[in-house]
Each structure stands twice: as structure tokens, then as C-alpha cells.
Design a protein around this ligand. Structure first.
Ligand SMILES: C[S@@+](CC[C@H](N)C(=O)[O-])C[C@H]1O[C@@H](n2cnc3c(N)ncnc32)[C@H](O)[C@@H]1O
Length: 376
């Protein structure tokens, strides 16, 4: 048995009425249908996880008493051991720390995990903190050599702080909770293109963790996990889902470059169970955005105006193309007409659509003529 957890979506609590608040129009039926469809396809919802204990009911833990409070890195780590970590990353790392503690306490007992491998480690914050907080060997893989070098430098400074603590022992210093002999992460620079390239066999039982594994990289990690008997637990939090299939199914590519959407080894959908299921590049890209930020922007009047102008621009483009029923069929319109650079219009949000079109097409007489010829 292997244990796997991938990041879930939180579509169940989107309030469609909020999305339509701007102009008080009815919620489009297609949007409601999309919401229903997403809900029926979602395996789990983690929307109500408010403390580590809540994880247990989703992943059927038994026999262990998880904490009632999430860990705060600021409380348990002195600032000298949290170098260059932004608030968002600190939040993500603390949640992962709590979750890994649960997994290691429960599943780790049967598997005796003895190595954590952070794949796509970036600046190495997650791996550094995990190596300070757990007694495991920690290894990282990162495709960008510069990031690996910078991670090594931060490791070095962290090590200096720990050594300094050893010389200047002060009572009640939170630094005393950490070993002076720190086994820092082993960092490997390698850009992985195939699952076999991830790690040589070390004989250890691994917990793999990938935080923000972009597009196809997540797929490579999943395949590595399935084929590697040493990997016992995988925690993968993907991102940039639109980059699955190398991002080659972006609509304009089909139109301009005549690229057929590839059926990639790594692409979407990954599961055979969903092989007949299709999600466009745009839909996958939408899935990457945190809804909180988007809803906040919709609620803020300046952003609302910006969205409103975007909407004018999109409608204008559609009209310029001759109001095609689908953008999928290039023969319906001349692709050269797409993405024409049109001038910005000051105060566009206060204009009617027709006033906006008049203004923005001023320097494009050919397009203006096309617009007029359509009787608009
Ligand atoms: C979005 S960043 C996340 C970094 C880090 N895990 C974090 O959460 O801060 C993804 C990282 O994965 C690395 N990466 C992407 N594709 C990779 C590949 N095929 N092989 C190795 N590293 C890769 C990138 O260089 C980048 O640093």
C-alpha cells in the first residue's frame, strides 16, 4: 500500500451571486452547470480544515491524537532559522509540517520513513525547516542551479547561527531546542525530464514532498512515486495546471501555429479513469487561481472597473473576428485579426460599449471600417 495526497479544490463554497454582483445580472446557467460538474467530480473537500485534527477525518487516521492547533513557525523557530521566508511560504510550511508529523506518526510507524525528499525545492525553505524540525535525512532536487546555490548559502548562514548558539549558550533561549550538529539538506541540481532521473536508489524509505510542482513536473513526480518502491508517501501540491501537456493546448497555438493538442505522456488527464474527460488550457489556468484573492478583487470597486474594461475589450475582439460561434475553428475568422494592439481609453468604465469601441478604434481605420461594414 502506498499513501498519496494531492491538493484538493474548494469550489463548493463559491457564491455565484457574488460573481454577478457587479452589474446585477442573473448567474449564467453555464456557470451553475460548471459548479455542479466540479462538485460531482471532486473526491474530497478540505474546505473545513481548521486544525491538524481535521485532517484525520479525510484520510482515515486512527489511533493517534492530532493537535488542536496549527503550528506557527514564528513561535517555534527563532528568526535566525527562518531566513528570507515570506509570510505565505511560512504558512504553507507550517501546514505541511503539521501534516507530515501526522503522517509519520501514523503511517511512518509501519513504513519507518527515514528520508524526506523535497522535489522542486526552489530556495529550499521547506527542506531546511523540515531538516531542523525532524530527525530525518533531507534531500532536495531542483532544476535551477542558481536556486540551489542560493539555498546552499542560506543553509550556511543557518549553520553559522546554530554554531554561534553553541558558543553563547543562554538559558531559556529558544535556540536551545535545536541541535548544534545540524544535518543540513543534501541538495542536488538536476532538471528532471523523466521519472527515472529523480533519485538513485539509496535503500531508504522516502517521504516525497512537492510544494507547487508546476504542470508536467507534478506528473513526472507522480509517475516516479508509482514506479519507485522506496517512495512510501507522497504529498504533492501542484500548481500551474495549464502547463500540463507542456501548455501546448493553448487555444491561440491551435489557431496560429496549427499545433494539435498533444496527447502527452505527462499531460492531463493523468488518470486512466478520466481519460475521456477534457479540460481546456483556459479551464486549467482558472483552476490555478486562489478564489479568495479573486473574490476580494471582485468586491473592490477599482478592480471591478478594471474587469469591466476587460469585458469590453473581449467583446470587441469577438465582434472584430466576425462574432464566431467558436474560437476553435480557425476557418471561421482571419487569425491575423486577433490580439490587435488597441489603445487604452481613459475612463472607459464610464462609457457605453459603443462609445468605448469608437474611442479605442480611432487609430485603426481598417478595423473601424470592418466594424461599420458589419452595420454596428
Ligand atoms: C513553483 S516553484 C516551487 C518552489 C518551492 N517548492 C516552493 O514552494 O517555494 C517550482 C520549482 O520547481 C522547479 N522545477 C520545475 N520543473 C522542474 C523539473 N522538471 N526538474 C527540476 N526542477 C523543476 C523550478 O525550478 C522551481 O524552483
Amino acid at each position: 500500500m502506498k499513501f498519496i495526497l494531492c491538493a484538493p479544490c474548494e469550489y463548493d463554497s463559491i457564491d455565484p451571486n457574488l460573481l454577478c454582483k457587479i452589474r446585477r445580472i442573473p448567474v449564467p446557467l453555464s456557470f451553475l452547470a460548471l459548479k455542479k460538474c466540479i462538485l460531482s467530480l471532486s473526491a474530497h473537500s478540505f474546505a473545513n480544515v481548521t486544525c491538524p485534527k481535521d485532517f484525520s477525518k479525510y484520510i482515515q487516521f486512527k489511533g493517534i491524537a492530532p493537535e488542536l492547533k496549527f503550528t506557527s513557525l514564528q513561535e517555534i523557530l527563532p528568526s535566525a532559522l527562518r531566513l528570507k521566508i515570506k509570510e505565505k511560504k511560512s504558512h504553507e510550511i507550517s501546514r505541511l509540517y503539521d501534516f507530515i508529523r501526522l503522517l509519520v506518526g501514523y503511517i511512518g510507524a509501519s513504513y519507518k520513513v527515514d528520508e524526506i525528499v523535497d522535489i522542486g525545492a526552489g530556495l529550499g525553505h521547506l527542506s531546511r525547516i523540515l531538516s531542523l524540525l525532524f530527525n530525518f535525512k533531507v534531500t532536495t532536487i531542483e532544476g535551477n542551479e542558481q536556486l540551489v546555490n542560493r539555498s546552499n548559502k542560506i543553509d550556511f548562514t543557518t549553520e553559522v547561527s546554530l554554531n554561534h548558539k553553541a558558543r553563547n549558550h543562554e538559558k531559556n533561549d529558544v535556540m536551545n531546542n535545536f541541535p548544534t550538529e545540524w544535518q543540513k539538506p543534501e541538495r542536488k541540481a538536476a532538471f528532471i525530464q523523466h521519472e527515472n532521473e529523480i533519485l538513485q536508489s539509496t535503500g531508504s524509505k522516502q517521504l516525497l514532498v512537492g510544494l507547487h510542482t508546476c504542470g508536467d513536473f507534478a506528473a513526472i513526480i507522480l509517475r516516479h512515486f508509482i514506479s519507485n518502491p522506496e517512495a512510501k508517501i507522497l504529498i504533492n501540491l501542484g500548481c500551474c495546471y495549464h502547463k500540463l501537456n507542456g501548455g501546448l493546448d493553448k487555444l491561440y497555438r491551435n489557431v496560429y501555429d496549427d499545433v494539435q493538442a498533444p496527447t502527452s505522456h505527462h499531460g492531463f488527464p493523468l488518470s486512466r479513469k478520466f481519460r475521456h474527460f477534457k479540460l481546456s488550457y483556459a479551464a486549467r489556468e482558472l483552476a490555478c487561481f486562489g478564489r479568495e484573492q479573486f473574490l476580494k478583487r471582485l468586491d473592490d470597486s477599482i478592480s471591478q472597473e478594471a474587469f469591466f474594461v476587460n469585458c469590453y475589450r473581449a467583446i470587441l475582439e469577438w465582434i472584430i473576428l466576425g462574432c464566431p460561434s467558436s474560437l476553435n475553428s480557425p476557418q471561421n475568422f482571419d487569425p491575423i485579426l486577433r490580439h490587435q494592439g488597441l489603445r487604452g481609453v481613459r475612463g472607459a468604465e464610464r462609457l457605453t460599449f459603443w462609445e468605448y469601441a469608437e474611442e479605442t478604434l480611432k487609430e485603426k481605420p481598417a478595423l473601424r471600417k470592418r466594424f461599420n461594414d458589419m452595420g454596428l
